[in-house]
Design a protein around this ligand. Structure first.
Ligand code: CTP
Ligand SMILES: C[C@](O)(CO)[C@H](O)COP(=O)(O)O
Length: 386
């Protein structure tokens, strides 16, 4: 099931001020848009990311790898519609789900994106949206005078990303005559049910000049960094290839194991679990459990990556060493980097795959099996107190 993220970024940011629209303004050393995109780029389940830009901005935006660009309209609603129509252009590649997000909500956490996606997958409605219950007293006012009070029970502050069944929200937008505050309003106008999921007070929308400082305090974090180390060995047996870091490498023998015996992926998976002090593959996928017999190792790796994301960690970089005399690894290293990137969401240039022999010493030297070592660095943004 494919999922797309649609980031609307065609607004002019008039309320935020500044010489350029807010999404292009600097915030803790990067642009607002860079923070927003990163939160989606690191989520492996998101297959496509589309940014909707104003025509004046599109020419000077160099999209990062995997990010597509289309042009928006005069209102937020028109920009969302433009993005949805872009995704619908080719029916074969239209996503099943779409997460629609304001570029101006740059403090969105990857773990929050994942939890909204999970909620959408499990919901009995075609839409889910994050919101925070109103906790302040609400007044009605005119000029500087309070003229009444408003009951706050049942009132929520709506956030993004709002998640939808793609076909349903596309049809709802096509049927919607004018502008709306958000896509939940468009969905409800079409009769779609919307499930409220937990919002996050840090997921503010930069709207006024003072919001930059608030967002800066949230993003101006110190890092919780964790190093993880993994080691694995599989023995050779009959076969004509070895699965190594997601690539079937031709060889006159195969590797034996309960799963596909991808020793490189196993070492990396254990390194990620290890960095979080959350056990190892054997604990999460017991070899005594027949359902994992012959399993593809990307299932284990994806599980470890998701565990990292739901604990608010992102993978900064990976370094894997395969230890064997044969097969020769270097010609396959770029394909291995790509395969690991596809599973983890980590850019290939942050994934190192290298190899060494053991100078014909020991079990790897005698070509009885292959060993792998992996090191990973996980980072978590931590809000500074105050
Ligand atoms: N024609 C528009 C208007 C808004 N947006 C996007 O919708 C989101 C929420 O809108 P808002 O915060 O109001 O942004 P701006 O329209 O840029 O701000 P302002 O109303 O102050 O001009 C932003 O990510 C904005 O870029 C858009 O894609 N196309
Ligand atoms: C979509 C939204 O962020 C949900 O809170 C909000 O409605 C956008 O509001 P704006 O009027 O475009 O600022």
């Amino acid at each position: 099931m494919t999922t797309a993220a649609l980031i609307v970024a065609a607004g002019r940011g008039t309320r935020a001020g500044g010489d350029t629209p807010k999404q292009w303004q600097p915030l803790v050393g990067r642009r607002v848009i860079d923070w927003t995109l990163d939160a989606f780029l690191v989520v492996p389940e998101i297959d496509r990311i589309v940014v909707v830009l104003h025509p004046d901005d599109a020419a000077h935006f160099a999209p990062p790898p995997r990010v597509e660009v289309t042009i928006g309209g005069a209102t937020r609603t028109a920009s969302v519609r433009g993005g949805l129509e872009y995704l619908a252009q080719c029916p074969d590649s239209a996503p099943a789900h779409v997460l629609i997000h304001d570029v101006a909500r740059c403090c969105i956490k990857p773990s929050h994106v994942v939890s909204i996606l999970r909620a959408l997958e499990g919901a009995d409605t075609p839409a889910v949206a994050p919101a925070v219950a109103v906790t302040d007293a609400l007044w009605v006012g005119a000029a500087d005078r309070v003229s009444g009070a408003q009951d706050r029970s049942g009132l929520f502050r709506a956030q993004t990303p709002q998640g939808f069944d793609f076909a349903a929200i596309l049809a709802a937008h096509r049927a919607h005559p004018g502008a709306a505050a958000d896509d939940v309003e468009v969905a409800r106008a079409a009769g779609l049910g919307v499930t409220i999921v937990e919002g996050d007070d840090d997921n503010l929308k930069i709207t006024y000049p003072a919001d930059f400082a608030r967002a800066g305090r949230i993003l101006g974090h110190h890092m919780d960094t964790r190093i993880g180390f993994g080691f694995d060995v599989h023995r050779f047996g009959p076969g004509n290839h070895c699965m190594l870091c997601g690539v079937a490498v031709p060889h006159n023998r195969g590797l034996q194991g309960h799963s596909d015996a991808d020793v490189g992926m196993h070492a990396l998976t254990d390194a990620i679990y290890g960095a979080m002090a959350m056990g190892d593959i054997g604990r999460h996928f017991p070899p005594t459990d027949p359902q994992w017999k012959g399993a593809r190792s990307h299932v284990f790796l994806r599980h470890a990556v998701n565990l990292a994301l739901t604990n608010a960690f992102t993978i900064n970089n990976v370094d894997i060493t395969l230890i064997c005399e044969h097969p020769k690894i270097t010609p396959h290293a770029p394909a291995m980097q790509s395969a690991l990137s596809a599973v983890t969401g980590v850019a290939p240039n942050r994934i190192s795959v290298k190899a060494t022999t053991s100078e014909r010493l020991g079990f790897t030297g005698r070509e009885e099996g292959i060993a792998a070592q992996a090191v990973v660095l996980l980072v978590k943004k931590c809000t500074l107190p105050g």
